[in-house]
Structure formats: structure tokens, C-alpha cells
Design a protein around this ligand. Structure first.
Ligand SMILES: [Fe+2]
Ligand SMILES: [Fe+2]
Length: 262
């Protein structure tokens, strides 16, 4: 049977959607995928964002509380790796930019993985785009610079740049864009695919946007059977989604509270 890898979308803790967390927790517990990753922007890191520099926002935020929430979510969702998103890297950038006297500690003692407990939790931080399966790369999506408002297009541009199929987060949109070339003069057919896997945020938290966000809630998946790979995204609407011929929604009476730690 093919291996199933589930890839969780941008969570931007503390602006994550608790309903997304609950639904994915239920799905992961029931379906038992072989691997679970998260596409980056695990944390929003508002306090160390450059927009908040020297404003009240720099002081208001409790980053340690976010860390503890993140560790709880890692355990509940069985996350094994996290892609390093542009919001996650704000923490180290803040030290480099505003506390350069101690930035040599970033080589070890105050690396993001250490401070946020990822190493202790056995979670691998992927600092660069990487190959997850034959022909497929995982990236956060900020690596290429420009963002398209059309779902799938940002991922497709990065796919062209890397010359690989890619799955990304970052845009908070869910979509797929492909092109197929070859098929003539002995050139084999080849399809290049870019997939964006949406977001897992509470939309009311996106108050910093001027317009209603053009985003979709979703998650990504890959089936890997040796050399054969099939990847896609699953839209979540009204607290439920279809996957493998089944409707997935929280069972009636499911507790609103986080599952007690085992
Ligand atoms: Fe991002
Ligand atoms: Fe993001």
C-alpha cells in the first residue's frame, strides 16, 4: 500500500484555527498517516515582526505562551517535521538585527529549533526546500519572492524555477497549476506541478489585511509508492472535508477542549 504523507498548512500560532487543529487531530488519529509535516509559518511571531518594531506590539506579545501552544499542537497532530517559514525565521532575524552582540549564540544555544523545543520533541526543522519524494520538493513558498493572487500560480512559478514539482504554503491559498511538455520528436511527456495547500488560520485573526483575505483552508497530501507519487490538496469547508471516499467531520459531541495528553 502507498505511504500517505499529510502536510498541514500555515498555522501562524497564536492565530491558528482551533477547529482546524481539532479536525486534523481527529483525522490523523483515525487515518494514521505514515508521516505528518507542517509547511511553515508554524508560528506567526508577531512580537518580533519588523512591522511591530518599536511599537506596542513588540512588547504585548507572549512568545513563550506561543511556544507551549506549539508544542501541544505538535504532540496532538503528531508532527514530524516543520518547514522554516518566513514568519518562523523572524525570531533569529530579530536577534541578528537588534541584538548582534549575542548573535553568535545562534550557532547553537539560541537556534530556533532549540529555543522552541523542536529538537526535544523530535521534530526536524527543514531550513531549505527539500526533496520529499521522487520529483517532488517541499518549500515554504517565500523563497521565490513574488506572490500571485491566483491559487496555485506562486507554487507553479517556484516549480519552474526549481525544475521540480513543489508543494508550498505561504500564500494561504489552495490550488494546483500544471503544464505538460514534450510528447513529440522522441521527447518524453513531462508534467510540472505546483500545489499550494491553503491555511489553518482563524480568519478573524487576519485583521491586518485591508481586504477580506483571498485564502482557502486546506491541507496537503502525498501518496508515495516507490517511484510513483501522487500529490494534492484537500479543501476544508464548513468544518468538514472529503478524503478517500469518506466525509471527515468531528463526531457529534466531540469535546471542544484539547484532547488530554496521553
Ligand atoms: Fe509565509
Ligand atoms: Fe503564512
Amino acid at each position: 500500500m502507498a505511504r500517505l504523507i499529510v502536510v498541514l498548512a500555515d498555522l501562524q500560532i497564536p492565530w491558528h484555527d482551533p477547529n482546524y487543529i481539532r479536525l486534523m487531530e481527529y483525522f490523523i488519529k483515525e487515518r494514521q498517516p505514515d508521516e505528518v509535516g507542517q509547511i511553515g509559518d508554524f508560528y506567526d511571531s508577531p512580537g518580533v515582526g519588523r512591522w511591530n518594531k518599536s511599537s506596542a506590539g513588540e512588547y504585548r506579545h507572549n512568545f513563550r505562551k506561543d511556544k507551549l501552544k506549539g508544542l501541544e499542537i505538535i504532540e496532538r497532530l503528531r508532527i514530524q517535521w516543520i518547514q522554516y517559514g518566513n514568519h518562523d525565521l523572524r525570531f533569529e532575524k530579530y536577534i541578528r538585527d537588534y541584538a548582534p552582540a549575542i548573535d553568535s549564540f545562534l550557532d547553537d544555544e539560541i537556534r530556533f529549533e532549540k529555543v522552541f523545543g523542536l529538537e526535544d520533541a523530535g521534530v526536524e526543522l527543514k531550513r531549505e526546500p527539500w526533496s520529499i519524494a521522487r520529483g517532488w520538493m517541499i518549500a515554504h513558498g517565500h523563497e521565490h519572492g513574488r506572490i500571485s493572487p491566483v491559487s496555485g500560480s506562486t507554487a507553479y512559478s517556484l516549480a519552474q524555477k526549481l525544475d521540480r514539482n513543489v508543494m508550498i504554503g505561504h500564500t494561504h491559498r489552495a490550488g494546483i497549476r500544471q503544464s505538460t511538455t514534450g510528447g513529440k520528436f522522441g521527447i518524453p511527456l513531462r508534467t510540472l506541478t505546483g500545489i499550494e495547500i491553503g491555511h489553518g488560520m482563524k480568519l478573524s485573526a487576519a485583521g491586518y489585511m485591508n481586504a477580506p483575505p483571498n485564502w482557502q483552508q486546506a491541507f496537503g497530501y502525498l501518496y508515495v509508492d516507490g517511484q510513483n507519487v501522487q500529490a494534492g490538496f484537500v479543501p476544508i469547508n464548513g468544518g468538514s472535508f472529503f478524503f478517500e471516499g469518506r466525509v471527515w467531520r468531528l463526531p457529534k459531541g466531540a469535546s471542544d477542549d484539547p484532547a488530554p495528553a496521553a
